[in-house]
Design a protein around this ligand. Structure first.
Ligand code: FAD
Length: 111
């Protein structure tokens, strides 16, 4: 059988969404993938200096969710356990400038 490996080691700089997704993709093609991150990564979902944008509400659209689930089996379940809220964009969330309002029945679904 022909090996699908490209090389022994790949190095990714940054453990944000891009870096970790790249590392996940490279893991299928390299023996080792090293991710260099300047922050100490927290074990719980929380803010850190290297990703200041994380203080804003972030939404993951369906195509991104599907792609990440393909790359990382169990991704959706892990997101849910970490506190992610499933919403139908435009139906259950309304943006008012910097604020986001979640429809009452969507909030109820979270309880
Ligand atoms: C207000 C706001 C709202 C947003 N809302 C959404 C949204 O709803 N949905 C969405 O998909 N996107 C959203 N985005 C965009 C999204 O946040 C970014 O596209 C995404 O976080 C970029 O990820 P990244 O991994 O490329 O970079 P980053 O998240 O910036 O990660 C870079 C990583 O590299 C590390 N790093 C940097 N320099 C070094 C170094 N020299 N050595 C080692 N490590 C280093 C940092 O510590 C960090 O961990 C939003 C952005 C903003 C600002």
């Amino acid at each position: 059988m022909v090996s699908t490996l490209i090389g022994k080691q790949a190095v990714v700089v940054g453990a944000g969404m891009s870096g970790l997704t790249a590392a996940g993709a490279l893991a299928h093609r390299f023996d080792h993938v090293v991710v260099l991150e300047r922050d100490t990564l927290p074990t719980e979902p929380t803010y850190r200096a290297g990703t200041p944008q994380a203080r804003h509400v972030h939404a993951l659209l369906l195509s991104g969710q599907r792609a990440l689930s393909e790359l990382f089996p169990g991704f959706e379940q892990k997101l849910a356990r970490a506190g992610a809220v499933p919403l139908r964009a435009g139906l259950e969330a309304v943006y008012y400038g910097k604020r986001i309002r979640v429809a009452t029945w969507a909030r109820y679904r979270l309880m």
